[in-house]
Design a protein around this ligand. Sequence first.
Ligand code: NDP
Ligand code: BG6
Length: 524
Amino acid sequence: MADKCKRHSVSDPLSKDLVECLRESMQRELKFETPYVFVVFGASGDLAKKKIYPTLWWLFRDNLLPVNIKFVGYARSDLIVCRLRESFEKFCKVRESERCAFDDFIKKCSYVQGQYDTSDGFQKLQSSIADFQKESHDQAVNRLYYLALPPSVFNVVSTELKKNCMDNGDSWTRVIIEKPFGHDLKSSCELSTHLANLFKEDQIYRIDHYLGKEMVQNLMVMRFGNRILAPSWNRDHIASVMISFKEDFGTGGRAGYFDTAGIIRDVMQNHLMQILTLVAMEKPASLNAEDIRDEKVKVLKAAKVVELKDIVVGQYVANPEFDHPEASQGYKDDKSVPADSTTPTYALAVVHINNERWEGVPFFLRCGKALNEKKAEVRIQFKEVSGDIYPSGELKRSELVMRVQPNEAVYMKLMTKKPGMGFGVEETELDLTYHNRYKEVRLPDAYERLFLEVFMGSQINFVRTDELEYAWRILTPVLEELEKKKIQPVQYKFGSRGPTEGDDLMQKYGFLFTGTYKWVAPKL
Ligand code: NDP
Ligand code: BG6
């Protein structure tokens, strides 16, 4: 793809306009002078160093956090702040000109060493928050607790938090939790019940970072902000919907975790199911979080449980010919994966939504690791025109594609008259590529957006308890069947498009791939 534009990255500050606009909306929801504490449980871990601390730094650098804030790391390891800093600094991508600001950021960081299953550490944490309150002229401290922890300690940590570290009513406490939210319907409901006994729904922020991505957030605007799309967004016009997630690398160092989960739990049950709800839901009564989440739940309720006949699972094998450092290792060549593992690294499931809008329209949820490219997109394939007057086969189905990543874009593939003399037709596109149209804009990273939303108390882009339950309902039976029957995944080569059985299943449900569309990238 010809691409001469400078791409922005998170190491670039957000534009002044965007910061001003964000600060304005934040000021409506929170007081910048009030004391806040952001506590990272699992501060010594991978997520903390690669995502959480860097995100906090970028927000701090761009003046998007309250001024009176402290960042407290909590973990079992014997650490001090300068060691913690060493672990995350390189992921913060600090520029030379930002050194002083970064030092100021570090001055706001502290560390509490403590166990997860006893109260001592939590009491230490509570007293450090109390000290902060005193320093802040006794103003009550708002608390954000980020649980970047393995599920094994989830219950004890949340219990200890409730016992020792809550606000006393003059401020608020919000708890941010990361997936996995359970392993199946039963364990997820148990976890939800546990949390519901400790916290109110408006204190729980379940992160699905796909809900923080620009193009995922754009789905609602595309659908409900354009008269032109709304009338055709249904079974009368749409032949199928494809929600696709592809990665061109394998499980890397995460195979141990991955083997207990598999791609269906890792990506399909959460990221893809969330996108499905946004594509399929009815227009909410308002932009209020509860109105939106009510509509998402309705779609999940209307979706049928996925059956074994409607799923293809795959597992990648080595392909030394593919130009990737990991490609000479198949999934099972990793030492932490059992030799007889049937864990899928690829899955394509067909979801049927039994309601007036969608009956008969297949929703393909496809996700895979070690494929030919890194890409996430939503592809709406429209039906053929009725009463075709052109020579047979010339008109191709229109498609609307929303590319979530890389290189965010919305494009509509449609027919046009072949330019010049004559009446011939050809496939072309209406193309909205973000980095062409919005050249100067550095899009915020998903975590940046979601953290700010927690500060502002907006739960629009966080998963509600019942959403989670209904999403698990759709996939748990087939997961159980795959595991009980030890269904062997189809092998596919590292760097391929995945098993051809996936394409066959889509074709069976009417997805049409002609291979005739040719993209000509514009010269910039
Ligand atoms: P295509 O018609 O080439 O592909 C359509 C769909 O069919 C995709 O889901 C594709 O990828 C899948 N497919 C590919 N081969 C097969 C097969 N053998 N059997 C079944 N399905 C198949 O159109 P695209 O929309 O993918 O566009 C082609 C290229 O043009 C892309 O690289 C796209 O990014 C680029 N483009 C870029 C734009 C921009 O940057 N703004 C705008 C328009 C196009 P798969 O299943 O492998 O994921
Ligand atoms: C995570 C999955 O939720 O999402 C990973 O656990 C996956 O397996 C990742 O790689 C993809 O996120 P992104 O933002 O890089 O597309």
